[in-house]
Ligand binder design. Structure first.
Ligand SMILES: Cc1cc2nc3c(=O)[nH]c(=O)nc-3n(C[C@H](O)[C@H](O)[C@H](O)COP(=O)(O)O)c2cc1C
Length: 160
């Protein structure tokens, strides 16, 4: 079964989860990178990223040569921004043409997933969502991320 993990990560948390999933499944990784990255320092990142998310911006992405349609199972992951999905993930999801695929959704967040998982589900209509998971980027939770990711992946792949 060909498996892909597609994700966006500003500061590495979502990338870490994508890595654990790839380690467990042997999946290919597709990291979405905006042409113009928002600042990663200080409160500016919250201002820029939050505004982009709320305004449903779809920033241009750097080109990539992976076609998600070539895969049977696709994990899709985003950080939560202002209770929503990160804007580069919105770009990908509004442009993708994936239909009839098995999908698993994940987000990383400080306080909670907000509407992020629901939004991804809506933008991936026409596919089969097998599972969803939130990973909180607090020190206590992060200690358990690899085990949590492994168990989640196994629960999804075990049924296939
Ligand atoms: C612009 C911005 C907005 C955020 N909004 C939220 C939020 O609404 N809820 C929340 O729980 N975490 C929020 N966070 C925290 C991130 O979702 C969290 O730290 C995430 O793990 C970051 O993933 P990354 O390191 O892959 O970029 C926000 C972070 C940023 C930069």
């Amino acid at each position: 079964m060909k498996t892909l993990v597609v994700y966006y990560s500003l500061e590495g948390h979502t990338r870490a989860i994508a890595g654990f999933i790839a380690k467990e499944t042997g999946a290919d990784l597709l990291e979405l990178k905006p042409v113009k990255q928002i600042p990663t320092r200080g409160i500016w990142k919250f201002f820029h990223g939050g505004a982009q998310a709320i305004l449903k911006k779809t920033p241009e992405l750097l080109p990539f040569d992976i076609d998600a349609r070539d895969y049977d199972l696709i994990f899709v992951g985003t950080p939560v921004w202002a209770g929503l999905i990160a804007s580069p993930m919105r770009t990908f999801l509004t442009r993708q043409k994936v239909r009839g695929k098995r999908i698993a959704l994940f987000c990383t967040c400080m306080a909670g997933p907000g509407k992020s998982l629901q939004i991804m589900k809506e933008l991936l209509e026409g596919n089969y969502v097998l599972g969803e998971m939130e990973f909180r980027s607090t020190p206590d939770e992060m200690e358990n991320w690899e085990r949590k990711a492994m168990e989640w992946v196994r629960s999804i792949c075990g049924g296939l």
